[in-house]
Each structure stands twice: as C-alpha cells, then as structure tokens.
Write a protein that binds this ligand. Structure first.
Ligand SMILES: Nc1ncnc2c1ncn2[C@@H]1O[C@H](COP(=O)(O)OP(=O)(O)OP(=O)(O)O)[C@@H](O)[C@H]1O
Ligand SMILES: [Mg+2]
Length: 270
C-alpha cells in the first residue's frame, strides 16, 4: 500500500505537488486565485484521482503539473527535484481528443514519436501496431478521425499519449463526453492497461464513482479557490471489475465523498 498522502517531507520516487498556487490575471484588471496551496502526492505507479466542483481548478492543476502553464507559488517535484515546463516523462490526455484530422489512426498514434524523432521509425511503427491492439482498434488503422465514434477517438487519444512511453499520464476528464456504457468500458480498459505497466496516473473527473473505481487515492478539492479539502485512500481490492461498483464498501466510500462535496455546496449557498 502506498505511503500516506500527507507525508509532506518524506522523499518518494514520483511526482509531488507542494503548496501549488495559481493566480490568473484577468484582462479586466482583477485576478482569480484558481489554486490555493495544493499538495498532491503521486508515487511511482500510483493511480490518483482529483474530484471537485466545476471551476475549482482541476484542469488548471493538471495543466500546471504538465508544465503547460506557469504557477505563482509552491513547487512541482519529480523524484525530489524541482521541474518547470513540460517534459517527455509527462503526457496529457485532454477531454477533447483533438486528433489531427489529416492523419489516420496509425498516423495520429505515431505523431508524438514523429515530433520527438525517437525511437527509430521501425520501432515506432511496431509500437503503434501493438498500441492499436491494446486499445482495440485493429481494423481501423487507416481510418481518419471523422470516420470514428467518440469512444474510438478517445482510444486513439489514449494510445497517442501512451506511444511516447511517459512515466506519468495526466488525464483531464477523458471519458466525460462518452455515454455511460462506453465510459465504463473505457474505465475498465484503462485499468487493464494500468495493471499491465503501472504508470503513474493523475486522473481528473467530476464523477465520484469513476474516481473511486479507478484510483488508489482520491483528492477532493473545494470550490474556488481550489484547496485540498480531503484525501481519501481507496483500499478496495484489485484488479477491479465494474461489479465492484455495486458492493457496499464501494458505495460507502462514494457516499462519503459525495457528502464532502455536498457540504461544500451548502457552505456556498449560505
Ligand atoms: N486562462 C484563464 N484565464 C483566466 N481564468 C481562468 C483561465 N482558465 C481558468 N480560469 C479560471 O480558473 C478557475 C478554475 O478553472 P478550471 O478550468 O481549472 O476549473 P475546473 O475545475 O477544471 O472546472 P470544470 O470541472 O468545469 O472543468 C475558474 O474560475 C476559471 O474561470
Ligand atoms: Mg476542467
């Protein structure tokens, strides 16, 4: 079982977000504190979920961790060393697949390796082939994005992120636009992929059930400015299958997190 999430000063292999603060300047002159001293631990191979109300800063947190936007306070540590800016060891899966319309499935999965000019072309093509099998797109290699369903596009999106073999996958509501059945299928496929090669995953969602199903640990953020309101360890056995969602232990955890978020809403209304 992973070390306690609150082990602030303990060095661990993996990613550590320490007291991260993000302030957006408004073009109207004011500013928005989007994140207020957020601390998140993602040890090597851990699956971390982030939940919180809309606008609490989940995407902002992910973009800061990806190094896509700067932060104003705190630090981002990888294996104990500060990092700034993007890096090859981190890959982002955005909510909107944003595939390149002029490239086929094969070409889209290849894209990151093309840009990085590594590995060698024959290795890269072989990797694409195995990823096509992994995400269940055999037979669709030569299809263009417009010829795919939403779920299939999201599979390509995931395969594209996996192609450069990042240590850390940063996922921003990747299944948010899918219907319930496809979503469950994708969750289970993601778990199978994660069981296989145990990447570190930080998964943003507003779906509590999804967070509990997938994660080792769930960080519950408060409404803006985003703060870590609670950290919930999910000690449910693995490998997990969708049936677990109907078990009492599962629904009890889900209800606990739901109450935390409800409590926030009530405070906001008052
Ligand atoms: N580029 C930006 N410039 C100014 N403010 C921004 C910018 N991006 C986000 N914000 C603000 O920061 C806050 C957090 O936004 P963010 O998109 O991170 O929330 P979120 O938790 O991902 O919401 P959702 O669940 O709706 O996706 C919001 O108040 C938003 O208005
Ligand atoms: Mg968001």
């Amino acid at each position: 079982m992973p070390e306690a999430a609150t082990a602030g000063s303990t060095f661990r292999q993996g990613l550590a977000v320490r007291g991260l603060t993000k302030i957006y300047d408004s073009h109207r002159g004011g500013e928005t504190v989007a994140l207020d001293r957020i601390t998140v631990d993602a040890g090597d191979g851990e699956f971390i979920a982030i939940v919180g109300p809309s606008g609490c800063g989940k995407s902002t947190l992910l973009h800061c961790v990806a190094g896509l936007i700067p932060h104003e306070g705190g630090s981002l540590l990888l294996d104990g060393a500060a990092v700034s800016g993007p890096g090859r060891e981190r890959a982002v899966v955005f909510q909107d697949p944003s595939l390149l319309p002029w490239r086929t499935v094969h070409g889209n999965i290849l894209y990151g390796m093309d840009i990085q000019r590594r590995p060698a072309p024959d290795v890269a093509h072989a990797r694409v082939e195995s990823l096509i099998d992994l995400v269940g797109l055999r037979g669709f290699e030569a299809h263009y994005p417009f010829e795919l369903s939403g779920g299939m596009r999201q599979r390509v999106n995931l395969a594209r992120a996996l192609a450069t073999q990042p240590r850390i996958l940063l996922m921003d509501e990747p299944f948010g636009a899918l219907d319930a059945q496809t979503r469950e299928l994708m969750q289970t496929e993601l778990l199978a992929i994660w069981e296989r090669d145990r990447k570190t995953v930080i998964f943003v969602t507003h779906d509590i059930e999804e967070a509990v199903y997938l994660a080792d640990r769930v960080y519950v953020l408060s409404a803006r400015p985003g703060r870590v309101q609670d950290v919930v360890q999910i000690d449910l056995p693995r490998p997990r299958t969708p049936e677990i969602k109907r078990e009492a232990a599962f629904t009890a955890i889900e209800l606990g997190i739901w109450r935390m978020l409800q409590g926030q809403q009530q405070k906001e209304v008052r």
